[in-house]
Design a protein around this ligand. Structure first.
Ligand SMILES: [Zn+2]
Length: 456
């Protein structure tokens, strides 16, 4: 197992291990591959974007799904595991610094996550026996469905939100969603003909909100089977990947759910709200294709804002780790403050070696050296069309992101705070009035009544 290997190697730093050092000499250091002209060609001064700076962002909704664990289920049976997931979420009022009194969350209590948790989920891990489902995979799928059906964000369950986003996915997915269906591209029954579907198979429609049966093998199907996270589930090994995938999609659905809730209550407030996600605006692995619906749904929210004569809300993913973050720190001397770097497809694949861009990302990645010196690796949603193309077109032009200047203004304002703490919601709650998203509706009602004069 992996951890045994780690302990055998001990804590000897890589650089002082002669065997490793000798072999590493055959490789180039990251710095050696920095290409100055490739970098400077792509740098843009924020002020040259020529984009509007108003209205400024006054509210921030942020979620963080890193609070999840694959933990021991029963004492003395460390192989029995449960998957526990907590998604922290807060609503920040940037107009109110923390000194003011109010019904805010206490950042210290926020840090232990229970206070700010907007989603608390249970999923079975390995070596558990369900009282109804003999097959552990089936038990997992049933519980997964329950999590999506029972978790409600602003009057909509995660299940309803998933279906809603599909209405704005690719044409075949959108057509199915109009009829209340999701497309299942692989049947969970290994004996079924649809368990190994042909390449390019677009999936068979299954009801998006209720349990059904496979049209080919009549095995019981849950709508959430369409996400295919069950493929990674292992009844006898760690399920960390399953947790990652699950919390990722849930996080994105929560943000969209809150955005739709704010839009319904106060569209005027929506245009002054930023939605921040800890991590990239992307879906990795089996559920990746659902990113089309996430992008489409955000673009629909943006489109409706424009129709009302408003500026759109801003949607930002903030990556705190990974090679692109390290790379940006490495090349920081080339990028002045208040400058951003365009990361076109060539730079993404050749320099940052990020693969499957069009398949996974619904936001475009860029580097921003903020006014207060923070190096931010962010992803932003384009107002129309794809975040990344399939080779023929490069979609990196900043004109496709008309809300970018407002986004960067916000990051200048909150930049340093983003890295204060491991959790973005907690970091922000240390400085501004923060309300837990768990009772978002109550909070929003209070805020809209207080902030939006009735004459508007
Ligand atoms: Zn089947």
């Amino acid at each position: 197992m992996r951890y045994e290997m780690a302990s055998r190697l001990g804590h000897l730093p890589t650089s002082s291990n002669p065997v490793i050092a000798e072999r590493l000499a055959r490789y180039r250091k990251p710095e050696d591959s920095f290409n100055k002209s490739m970098i400077v060609d792509r740098i843009v001064d924020v002020d040259s974007l020529g984009q509007t700076h108003s209205p400024d962002i006054k509210y921030v909704v942020c979620v963080d799904g890193s609070g999840h664990e694959d933990q021991e289920a029963y004492d003395r049976y460390p192989s029995t595991r449960v998957l526990y997931m907590q998604i922290a979420g807060v609503f920040i009022d940037l107009r109110q610094m923390l000194e003011q009194a109010g019904p805010f969350v206490d950042p210290a209590r926020l840090a232990d996550a229970t206070e700010s948790s907007v989603v608390s989920g249970f999923l079975p891990g390995s070596f558990l026996e369900h009282e109804t489902y003999d097959d552990p995979n089936e038990a997992f799928r049933a519980e997964f469905f329950e999590l999506f059906a029972d978790t409600v964000i602003q009057k909509r369950s995660l299940l309803e939100l998933l279906l809603e986003t599909q209405r704005f996915a690719r044409p075949h997915e959108a057509a199915a969603a109009e009829r209340g269906n999701l497309l299942l591209t692989k049947c969970p029954n290994r004996e079924c003909a649809l368990s190994e579907p042909p390449r390019g198979y677009q999936g068979s429609p299954i009801p998006g909100l209720t349990i059904s049966r496979c049209s080919s093998c009549s095995t019981a199907l849950w709508p959430t089977d369409a996400l295919r996270i069950w493929e990674q589930f292992s009844s006898d090994d760690s399920n960390k990947q399953v947790l990652n995938r699950t919390s990722q999609i849930v996080e994105h659905l929560v943000l969209i759910g809150v955005a739709l809730g704010i839009e319904a209550m106060s569209p005027r407030m929506l245009q002054q709200t930023a939605f921040i996600c800890d991590g990239d605006l992307a879906l990795f692995g089996e559920p990746a294709r659902f990113q089309h619906g996430l992008r489409g749904c955000w673009q629909e929210i943006i489109r409706r804002s424009r129709l009302r004569g408003h500026q759109p809300p801003t949607i930002i993913g903030v990556a705190k780790s990974g090679y692109p973050v390290e790379h940006f720190h490495g090349i920081r001397r080339f990028v002045e403050r208040r400058h951003l770097m365009r990361l076109d497809d060539a730079y993404m694949t050749e320099r940052l070696r990020v693969r499957s861009l069009a398949e996974t990302y619904f936001g475009r990645k860029l580097f921003y050296h903020s006014g207060d010196g923070q190096l931010l690796v962010i992803t932003v949603v384009p107002e129309t069309e794809l975040a990344y193309g399939y080779g023929e077109t490069d979609y990196s032009d900043f004109s496709r992101f008309p809300a970018l200047a407002r986004t960067l203004d916000l990051l200048d304002n909150i930049g340093t705070r983003l890295y204060d703490d491991a959790l973005i919601p907690v970091a922000l709650a240390h400085h501004w009035a923060a309300y837990p998203l768990a009772n978002a509706e109550k909070v929003l009602r209070m805020l809209t009544e207080r902030t939006v004069p009735s004459s508007e």
